[in-house]
Design a protein around this ligand. Sequence first.
Ligand code: PMP
Length: 475
Amino acid sequence: EYKDMSKERMMEIRRQYCNPMTMKVTYYKKPVYIHQGHMQWLWDVDGRRYLDLFAGVATVSVGHCHPKVTEAAEKQLRKLWHTTNIYVYSPLHEYTEKLAATLPDPLKVIYLTNSGSEANDLAMLMARLHTGNFDVITLRGSYHGGSPLTMGLTSNAAYKYPVASGLGCHNTMCPDVFAGPWGGSNCRDSPVQTIRDCSCPQEFLCWNIPLIYFRSSITGSCTANDKYIGQLNEVFATSVASRIAAFFAEPIMGVGGAVQYPKNFLKDTYKLVRERGGVCIADEVQTGFGRTGSHFWGFQGHDVIPDMVTMAKGIANGFPMGAVVTTPEIAASFAKGVHFNTFGGNPVACAIASSVLDTMEEDGTQQISHDVGTYLLTELAKMRDKYEIIGDVRGKGLQIGVEMVKDKASRKPLPPAAMSEIFEDTKDMGVLIGKGGVYGQTFRIKPPMCITRDDADFFLAVFNQALHNYMEDHH
Ligand code: PMP
């Protein structure tokens, strides 16, 4: 029988032998000592059960230790643990064929990596080699990795170090229609809208009513979008060479706090980036694999086809793996050198990832994301209307953000101490959620995609109680 170390001993070891940062990121004042997981549930070493709505940062996609995936892993572990892809073995080929089938043409050539940072590193390299250009643009507030190169793509001071990283990396204003200077009401594609008034004279065009005929006769559907695109044009005019290598963006920001862009933002940006010789890269590390509910890939919700898609996290339900998928044309530019990766395409990782895709289909995880996600968003929006400190509720499917504010009028971030009080209280009542946003002001909900409506109700009751407790104590 496996027995956990004592909590005290783990803390002692953590202090002495672990990356000192791990002391800061126990995340809670009273840390959670995890013993075991099953589907949407985690148990701590004292046998307390938690509803896990953070999934190790949107990573446990089909459920902790999902029995079908565990079985596939066990089978492969008994057969072959490792060989590099200089040899030919079945799991890699079974998997790449299956993964390619989920993506539209011409996104068919796959490179397997071991993490999201590694996938974005590789994508950046390929974009530069393919285009012969150097400059890369990302959105302010984004997270794309922590390696020296991807640290340049990431635009959040918390993850930066004062070293020579990010040569040729630039960022443009995040088109955040809640906290940014422009936008509001119906700018974005979400089941719930922000309560911020939109000053856009064409606001009526944003509503989801079938105005297709009418729309097509009018250019530019959203002046907020035009203004954020204007910011991108300023970056083109001031910061980069006339030809650029790439633009990276998540379909819905993850670490940045589930920020959603005005409806045509990615489409318009892709067009401008391509005009300057750049390739468009969708970072689907968090949004991929059905998490947004409406589509299997987040970019499909923006009506664009990227030139490259990077993925990790949910790809293998928590087993270390990542991938870059690109076009045959870009792959050909990259074939000039030898690309080698010892663990990329590991047979166990491939067997797991393959079983994850099957399980997603069998369990209907995308539909669950859509249904439970829409329910959560709708109910959270009601709470937003009730509590002065909830500024915004946004997202799609099970990629949800709840932005907390001092008050609705100022939209200033709720300070870290207050965030942490609500966060800790929610945990003490048995639910794990995440925090994000540049100021740590947004609660993030991105559970394993096996949660039920009952789980959603449990969370809503707990969160409501935590907010109520906070308001009682401070107002
Ligand atoms: N891209 C996004 C959107 C991410 O959220 C993350 C991880 N938080 C990464 C890339 C980097 O992934 P990894 O930690 O696996 O390197």
